[in-house]
Design a protein around this ligand. Structure first.
Ligand code: ADP
Ligand code: MG
Length: 389
């Protein structure tokens, strides 16, 4: 099946209200590959962030809601997307009023039964310039990247993470207060064990499948990447069934109360996991690779992941590639564009300079961002409808 005939989940309309610099945007993208160009501060990343927030989670910037609402606006914001998909069109909306602690979702005009109901329809994966430091940052950033990949594979993963983190935070508070009720602690540790093993299992399952896909061959000239999760809780699943792993984690937590009280958090559990990425050709940990090689490794992983999800779920996640050309040489850029054309995924690419996307002429739709609006890029011919949805 070619990309053009493979069904794709694709954003067909985006309406933003008081979303960062956008007072009101009504955008009708028609392409499967969208290139959005504009100068610094034109609103390119804001646009990708809005799309990322149509999926449950904290979005591409991990921002607080109060930061997102447009300065000088009502204090709240809204984003709504209409999607075409193999199962028919659907609409997702999200909004937060001024001062709201969480945002609300709508699926086809009604509150969804759960956020997983949206995650079952829609997934998004991104690479941003902030991720240039992914291999220098602490493990938390790499876990977030990994979990984003897992969400696309397993829509229930977000719920498990939320339940695990709530139990962990509750236990941390109890231990910090001292003199904790043992039965209450045990109940929280039981919840941590159940949800923690589910989190570790979902990450492990995705990592095994993704690593196998990566081992199956990289898109030339992208480096062959290998990926694994370093997680003692996940390693328990190599030794026995999930129930045994839960019992072991529960026992580790019960034993560790005194040390955990001193450290402020638990010494065992999947919140300590790390994602390990290796440049297979050089047998080099990603942290020791050049910035460009690191970027190429991330792109290779995201491309393999999109292919895997397309196979497993019938539709690939939306790919939000913020300034993907930065750090990539011309050969890697060209290979990335070819790979995107071949994938059954809608992708959004940003850049300051439209010349970087020149190889996509005729195959992508070009838009120019600025002054709180998007307009068709003037210097490019209309896209070939054959390449569109
Ligand atoms: N809450 C907000 N209200 C109004 N403007 C904002 C808000 N948050 C960010 N901005 C502005 O949005 C502009 C565009 O940001 P961004 O999308 O990151 O630009 P770029 O096109 O370089 O990716 C910036 O100038 C920033 O100051
Ligand atoms: Mg930007």
């Amino acid at each position: 099946m070619t990309a053009a005939t493979t069904a794709t989940v694709a954003l067909a309309r985006l309406v933003l209200t008081d979303f960062r610099g956008y007072a009101r945007l009504d955008w009708h993208p028609r392409g499967r590959i969208l290139c959005i160009t504009g100068g610094n501060g034109a609103g390119k990343t804001n646009l990708l962030e809005a799309i990322s927030l149509l999926v449950p989670g904290r979005g591409l910037r991990g921002a607080r809601l109060a930061e997102i609402a447009r300065r000088g606006g009502s204090g709240g914001f809204a984003a709504a997307g209409r999607f075409a998909s193999p199962d028919g069109a659907f609409a997702v909306g999200t909004e937060a009023e001024a001062g709201a602690a969480r945002r609300r979702f709508q699926l086809d005009g009604a509150p969804p039964r759960s956020q997983a109901a949206i995650a079952e329809r829609l997934a998004a994966v991104w690479i941003t310039p902030a991720m240039d430091s992914l291999f220098r940052d602490g493990a938390a950033a790499r876990r977030r990247f990994l979990d984003r990949l897992v969400f696309a594979f397993d829509p229930g993963h977000a719920r498990e993470i939320g339940a695990y983190e709530a139990a962990l935070a509750g236990r941390n508070r109890l231990l910090a207060a001292g003199d904790a009720d043992a039965a209450w602690l045990a109940a929280l540790e039981d919840a941590m064990a159940r949800h923690g093993v589910a989190v570790a299992a979902a990450r492990r399952a995705l990592a095994i499948r993704l690593d196998a896909a990566l081992a199956g061959g990289a898109v030339d000239p992208f480096p062959a990447a290998r990926l694994s999760v370093q997680c003692p809780t996940g390693a328990l699943l190599d030794q026995g069934p999930a129930l045994a792993a839960e019992a072991t984690l529960g026992a580790q937590l019960a034993r560790g109360r005194r040390a955990d009280a001193a450290h402020g958090t638990a010494g065992a559990g999947p919140h300590r996991a790390d994602l390990v990425i290796t440049h297979a050709g050089k047998a080099m940990p990603a942290a020791l690779c050049s910035t460009g090689e690191q970027k190429a490794l991330l792109v290779a992983i995201v491309l393999a992941h999109a292919g895997l999800i397309a196979e497993a779920r019938g539709a690939a996640p939306l790919l939000l590639l913020d300034e993907p050309a930065t750090h990539l040489d011309a050969a890697h850029r060209a290979a990335l564009f070819e790979a995107l054309c071949a994938l059954p995924a809608q992708s959004f690419l940003t850049g300051t300079d439209s010349a970087l996307f020149q190889p996509l002429l005729g195959r992508a739709e070009f838009w120019h961002a600025g002054a709180g609006q998007l307009v068709p890029a003037p210097s490019f011919p209309a896209p070939d409808p054959g390449g569109l949805l």
